[in-house]
Write a protein that binds this ligand. Sequence first.
Ligand code: SF4
Length: 542
Amino acid sequence: MTRAIVVDVLAREHGRRIVTVDVIGVGPRAVAGLLESLGVHADVYPFEAVARDPHVLRGYDVLFASAMSSDAPAAKKLAEMWARHGGGGPSVIGGPIASAPLDALNLGYDFVVHGEAEQVLPEALKRILNYEYDDLFEVRGLAFRYRGRVVFTGRPGYAPRERLAYLHSTDVTRYDAYWAARVYVEVVRGCSNWRRPRGVLPDGRACINCDLCVKAPLRSRLYCPAWIPPGCGYCSVPWLYGPARSRPLDLIVEEVKRLVDLGVRRIVLSAPDVLDYGRDLLVDPEPLTDPCNPPANIEALGELFARLYERVPELESREAYLMIENVKACLVDERVAKLLGEYLRGTPVHIGVETGSERHMWLLGRPVTKKDVERAVRLLSRHGLEPYVYFIYGLPWETPETVKETVEFMERLWRLGAVKVTAYRFRPLPGTAFQDFEPPRPGSPGYAIREKAEELNRREKRRWLGKLVDAIVAGWHPARRMLVAYPLPHGPVTLLRGPRSLIGWLVRLRVVGVASDRMLVGRLVSRLKRVAGKRREAKMLV
Ligand code: SF4
């Protein structure tokens, strides 16, 4: 049987993760599951495990790498390791980095899979394994070299829902401290926001205000007469991964069950908008390209949570925790907040806001209004959830006025109940409407948004002082020479003093200090129980 190694390079940038170190993402496990469904044995490795011991590559016939655009340096290192230590077979790269397929190919891979692997690998896999280039021209979504020339076979269509009906791999045990990590389980593929940015782009393309992407029948919204890519201008999800489609309920439940049986304690139901789950079925056979209508499918969401709690008793007994990733504010109403509060009390809900200016939101292609966001934060907070709100500074069309409005809006949301305010720096991504804009220069007005987020988060951290928290000790922080613990179900990374033998333990600690806008300091109160799996423990996680 052919043996594939699927390497998770996501967020490794130059080889080491700086942010979201406790996350195990969806992509590599989805590819491994797809390969298994096609009769190939697939093992999942995080990049750091391969970097520590590149000789593991020798045992495999084919390499699959999954990476984002910012991970190009690490992806290149992996290709070099494969050339030196690999089993001699082909190397393939995919994921968001493949939105620029020719750049990805230049990192040293034999093949690039552009878009959804489900649309490419079922037809191409055997030919890739045998280097049958002649037969690959007719498979869309591939880039490769042929007789000294670079070939891109064109964009594939989006996978129909039935093609997503296979079990994702649950091979997570090679990740450091997987028993403490947040493991993401895909519930929805793609995004329902097919609105588009309305300002003038650097190459001169400009919206002609036909309003097709806002008011036309759902299928017509797939096309824009001005050739502007769909979705918020900074995001590549709709263009690369298509309209929102739900994965089958049974497969989601089975995946969560298997992960929890392996010792995973924190599951995150992952989607660009979890509230799109089952909403696509309401408009079937049309594509779900409207971000706010119809409203959330409460019956489908309720069944998803009920089935998960029924099949995975550890969720009820709080030995494992369920969380969700993102929601769009326009879909949060009283019914939604009540349902989420019933099953997910005390867990975070992530809401993309990006700017505090109503006009700026519209220009960016955002589907929500400030009122939507305020209502969502208020309702979710009232029903016991922890709203985390997200902003981006340095975006196109940002002005001193939009920055001022944004800073004020951040303060307002914090007062309404947002418990964490995050500001990301704008990064132009290939394939997006904003790919040719410049990122912000240090000192530009938008940095006031970042400073405000830091200020609010420091204030928020002070709310934790004196609290008793249960947390998993997951690793060692070499710079601070302290242990690293993750509060359950989720909370700020907490540093504490103690022997390294505490790694792998669930402990109770008291929060005694604020280390930074991202980290707390705790004091050990008691050991509760050992939770680490049988495999090697984490070396370092922050
Ligand atoms: S972005 Fe495109 S589809 Fe939307 S209103 Fe403008 S021209 Fe029409």
